[in-house]
Every structure is written in structure tokens, then in C-alpha cells.
Design a protein around this ligand. Structure first.
Ligand code: ADP
Ligand code: MG
Length: 286
């Protein structure tokens, strides 16, 4: 049976928008010494805005018709930003859409084979693109039509207001390793890490790379690893970590289902609050 003190702890947490999927996680979270964090939607707001559009040998209007038609089939925050931040003049037909996890989309738009995603996606399909793409600081969405590079759109996201402060407080509290992982460009990932005071960060990762990182950490003696993420891609990592924490605001249903703890308010300060509630619950129980 579950000691009475746990119910108090679970209740206090839920009043603060921290949903523990069982009393055992209230205990587990107090043992966490390693925090692995996703970037987009976790440390950043996950609400992208279109910055720049550049096309190559195609009218911008035509380019956008292809891009928007395909992005309408995706629920990714980048896709939503593009659909909301640009306009199409024609509704092209879309067939055979395939989501390439951590990279983008492939589909038949207006009977042409279209790719929309990052540099890794175009490389996978052996589509050549200008090298200058790699030096753009914002997140870059590349487009290829029938195997030919057609241009790019850049999108940008903002840091969450409480991110820097929350990281500092977690470090001061004794979390001895904080690692940020992202499927976004490594250059952006490193910049965000510096801005937030996170010592270790890795970008250009596929969902399975994130999984490997967390599994490797878990295998290190004495490490208790929490993963904090939001996206649909994060479900496997949430499941494998000692404590999987999902940001509930924009988070996908799959991530929320897989997580052990859901932070409904999306605030990073709730991580430390959850740990503190766990600790005070322990003190009551024992
Ligand atoms: P993160 O780890 O930051 O959550 P994801 O794994 O969701 O990132 O995506 C990694 C990268 O793949 C994105 O930064 C983007 O470049 C590209 N990408 C994924 N889905 C899409 C999409 N629907 N449209 C454009 N680009 C996409
Ligand atoms: Mg994601």
C-alpha cells in the first residue's frame, strides 16, 4: 500500500500543474542527478516565426505553393509556423506524404516529388544545395522539387523566459550534469546552450541518437537520468529515462502518454518544484 504522505505530495504537485503518474515517481525524481533536455519546445518556446525566403530558379509564389501544400500535412511546430506565416495562391494536391523523423517530409505535390526539411534530408536523397545554407544561423527549411534544390525558408524561435534562471537554480540545487540535445542545427544548439549557461549540448541529432545518449548516461554508475521533452519524436527517450518529464503545453499526446511526469504549465521552474515536493514528501513518509 502507498503511504498516506504520498497523496499529499501528489496533490501538492497537481495543484501546481505537475502531474505525477504514480507515487513512485515522486520518490524517483528526488534521486535525479542528471538532466537531459530537449531544446525546441522545452528550453525554447517552440513557436517559430518565418524570417526569410530565398528561392532558386523558381518564382517565390510557385515555391510557396509547393512548400505550404506539404507542410499542411505536418503538425511539427516548424510546419505550423510556415503555414501560418506565408500564403499560397493555389491549393496543390498532395499524395503519399511520408514524415522522415528528425529531418522533415517527403510527398507528391502537384505530381512532383517534393522534399521539405533540413540539410540532412536533402543529403539523404542526394540532392545538392548551396554550401552557404550551413552558415545561416536560424533554423533552415530546405525545399527540393523533383530532385532539384528550389530554395529555403528560415524560421526562428525564442528562449522561454524562465529558462536561464531555471537552469541556474537546478545547478545550484545539485544537479551535476545538464545536457541539451536537439535535432536542430548544431550551430543553433551551441548558441542556445551558451545563452542559457548549459555546459554540454549536441545538435544535428536524430531521435535514435537522443535515445543512445540517454541510454549511455543511464549505464554510468550512480547516474539517475531525467529526460525533459515535448515532441512526438521524444516519446522513446521519455520512456527509457529513469524519469521522463513532458512539457504539456504544446507537447504531443504520445509524449504526454509516455511520460512519468507531465508539466502542464510548460514552465521550466516546475522541474525543481517537482523535485522539492518529492523531497518534502519523503520527509513526511519516513
Ligand atoms: P528537435 O530535436 O529540435 O525537437 P526535431 O527532431 O523535431 O527537432 O526536428 C529536427 C529538424 O528536422 C528540425 O530542426 C527541422 O530542421 C527538420 N524538420 C522536422 N520536421 C520538419 C517539418 N515538418 N518541416 C520542416 N523541417 C522539419
Ligand atoms: Mg522535437
Amino acid at each position: 500500500s502507498v503511504p498516506l504522505g504520498y497523496f499529499g505530495g501528489l496533490g501538492a504537485a497537481s495543484k501546481n500543474g505537475i502531474l505525477f503518474k504514480g507515487a513512485s515517481y515522486l520518490d524517483e525524481i528526488t534521486k535525479i542527478n542528471t538532466l537531459v533536455m530537449d531544446k525546441t519546445g522545452t528550453l525554447t518556446k517552440g513557436v517559430f516565426k518565418v524570417q526569410e525566403i530565398e528561392t532558386k530558379e523558381i518564382e517565390k509564389e510557385e515555391f510557396l505553393n509547393y512548400l505550404i501544400a506539404l507542410e499542411k500535412k505536418s503538425t511539427h511546430p516548424i510546419a505550423r509556423a510556415i503555414v501560418e506565416g506565408t500564403t499560397s495562391s493555389q491549393n496543390f494536391s498532395v499524395e503519399e506524404v511520408k514524415e522522415i523523423s528528425g529531418k522533415g517530409l517527403e510527398g507528391k505535390v502537384n505530381n512532383k516529388k517534393v522534399l521539405v526539411g533540413n540539410a540532412g534530408l536533402l543529403e539523404q536523397y542526394k540532392v545538392k544545395f548551396p554550401a552557404v545554407i550551413n552558415s545561416i544561423v536560424d533554423t533552415t527549411v530546405l525545399v527540393a522539387i523533383d530532385g532539384i534544390y528550389a530554395g529555403y525558408v528560415t524560421v526562428a524561435d525564442e528562449l522561454k523566459e524562465d529558462a536561464k534562471k531555471s537552469i541556474l537554480e537546478l545547478k545550484n540545487f545539485g544537479i551535476n550534469k545538464i545536457l541539451m540535445l536537439s535535432g536542430d542545427k548544431d550551430s543553433i544548439t551551441q548558441k542556445v546552450a551558451v545563452d542559457l549557461g548549459i555546459a554540454e549540448a549536441k545538435g544535428d541529432l536524430l531521435p535514435e541518437d537522443k535515445l543512445n545518449e540517454v541510454e549511455e548516461l543511464k549505464n554510468q554508475l550512480g547516474r539517475k537520468v531525467a529526460f525533459i521533452g515535448d515532441g512526438i519524436n521524444d516519446a522513446p527517450v521519455l520512456a527509457v529515462s529513469d524519469v521522463g518529464i513532458a512539457m504539456g503545453g504544446l507537447g504531443s499526446d504520445v509524449a504526454i502518454e509516455t511520460a512519468d511526469v507531465v508539466i502542464q504549465t510548460d514552465q521550466l521552474s516546475k522541474i525543481l518544484m517537482g523535485i522539492k515536493i518529492g523531497k518534502s514528501t519523503r520527509n513526511v513518509v519516513w
